[in-house]
Design a protein. Structure first.
Length: 267
């Protein structure tokens, strides 16, 4: 459960760090599962949906599909259903939920990697005018996201408060063109293993990975469920979840959340 100071920081700065969002009795198992999952992907044993930093598909920077039977790692689903994380989720977006995303952000081993400044807006136009951008920023929140560091992590950089305002001219240039350039006021989120950062994807942010500094961070989210919602074309990154063997691989307590997500997808 967030403190008033944490809740306030989220709305003003766009993030806060929590010490109690993972069950300490679960953390070691969860960290070990993340390490095994990365090893399986790097060895070419599993690839449900992986973001690669090389065309040869040898160096992942983000690993999806963690709930699929190929990984054989039940701790990820158990973590999503754990009370410490649900306490935060319920506080901010309520209890009517459907399954969000779960992935691992990790460092490529061959070179530094920078995915560049962006806002997490999916297919929304990235060069809106003032009225258009502010309309997107003021939309009702439909999800709640976080990063759990299983090892110390200093990769996420954000522009605090940028989730509330129109971009500056320099930020526009960085968002559209010079995406690896620094932005005045940028902040590196420094996490110790076991800490969780809850943050707003509307902030201007980027991930900066160093080849010699391990990143093994679990990124996850829950989404608000609205009965009678109009089905949308499935996100290609989540299409694997439509497979017939996925639901049976989930704990029974997750089935309602999975079913709510599934009914809103079209192929």
């Amino acid at each position: 459960m967030p403190t008033p100071q944490q809740a306030g920081a989220f709305y003003t700065e766009g993030y806060f760090i929590a010490e109690d969002a993972v069950d300490p009795n679960m953390f070691d198992d969860l960290a070990a599962a993340a390490r095994r999952a990365k090893a399986k992907v790097r060895a070419g044993k599993v690839d449900v949906y992986t973001h690669w930093s090389t065309s040869e598909k040898t160096e992942p920077w983000a690993i999806r599909g963690l709930l699929a039977p190929e990984f054989d790692e039940p701790f990820f689903a158990q973590y999503l259903l754990s009370q410490p994380i649900l306490d935060y989720v319920h506080y901010f977006i309520g209890t009517d939920l459907h399954l969000g995303a779960t992935l691992i952000f990790t460092n490529p081993h061959h070179q530094d990697y920078d995915i560049g400044w962006h806002r997490d807006w999916g297919k929304t136009d990235r060069d809106l005018d003032y009225e258009g951008e502010m309309a997107v920023l003021h939309k009702e929140r439909k999800g709640w996201r976080w990063h759990l560091a299983t090892v110390d992590d200093e990769c996420l950089q954000i522009i605090p408060g940028s989730q509330q305002r129109y971009r500056t001219a320099h930020e526009r240039t960085c968002l559209l063109h010079t995406r690896q350039s620094d932005i005045p006021g940028q902040l590196t989120i420094k996490l110790k293993a076991g800490q969780t950062v809850f943050w707003n994807g509307d902030t201007i942010h980027r991930g900066v990975y160093k080849k010699d500094a391990e990143r093994l961070t679990i990124a996850a989210s829950w989404s608000v469920h609205e009965e009678g919602g109009e089905p949308q074309e499935v996100d290609e990154r989540l299409r694997w979840r439509l497979r017939e063997d996925i639901r049976a691989n989930l704990p029974e307590a997750m089935h309602p959340y999975y079913d709510r997500w599934h009914v809103l997808q079209t192929e």
